[in-house]
Design a protein around this ligand. Sequence first.
Ligand SMILES: [Zn+2]
Length: 249
Amino acid sequence: MKGKFVTTVLVTLTMLSCNQESKTTAEKEAAPEIKQEMTQVVNHVMTKEQQAALTPEAVLQDFMDGNKRFQSGSTTVRDHSEQARKSAPGQYPKAVVLSCLDSRVPVEDVFDQGLGDIFVGRVAGNFVNEDLLGSMEFACKVAGAKLIFVMGHQHCGAVKGAIDDVKLGNITAMLAKIKPAVNMSQDFAGEKTSKSDEFVKYVSENNVKYAMQQIREKSPILKEMEEKGEIKIAGAFYRLTDGALEFVK
Ligand SMILES: [Zn+2]
């Protein structure tokens, strides 16, 4: 993790004139200052040793810190060409994220992660199936990732489609995977339609919960890793409007 984050160096240059000795203290204090902000560009990538030294809790904290930087517009500046060259021989990511397909959810950016830092599985509605569970087992059991993060999001079209019972081509079968979350949400007190932002949010949160349950129920490998403390399984609802994450228990 050393040197991972942006280091901002403030260089203050005081313009001194050659006849400084003749100036009063007040004049010296009023001398023009040039503040130059230099941002360090990160060009290293995760190593096997760095990955092995991480705990699931540390990775989750790293994600939260990265999300704060994303929200405040102070994400890490990276040299992607150099990172691509350095990561080519092998990858040692910290985590695997399951996200929706949505173009408004830039997964790496949301956690301020870079090249080689995280695996990302994406499918409209961020549900799990055999292929995604296999991908997660590869990420954690084979490749050493320490965190599984399921991320639903605000105004999810796939969730709305499942609520509306949309039928169209292969979309029908895809939305059937989100239906359990709609069924879990029938205790919602207000209007239960896709026009209600609150209901869509409630179903999205239940959809994240359901995916987390499915990971534990359908992957004995990941369940055992979680029980041994080798990995952590977390989930959140991502707000499009401000980039913040609301954790789903
Ligand atoms: Zn979505």
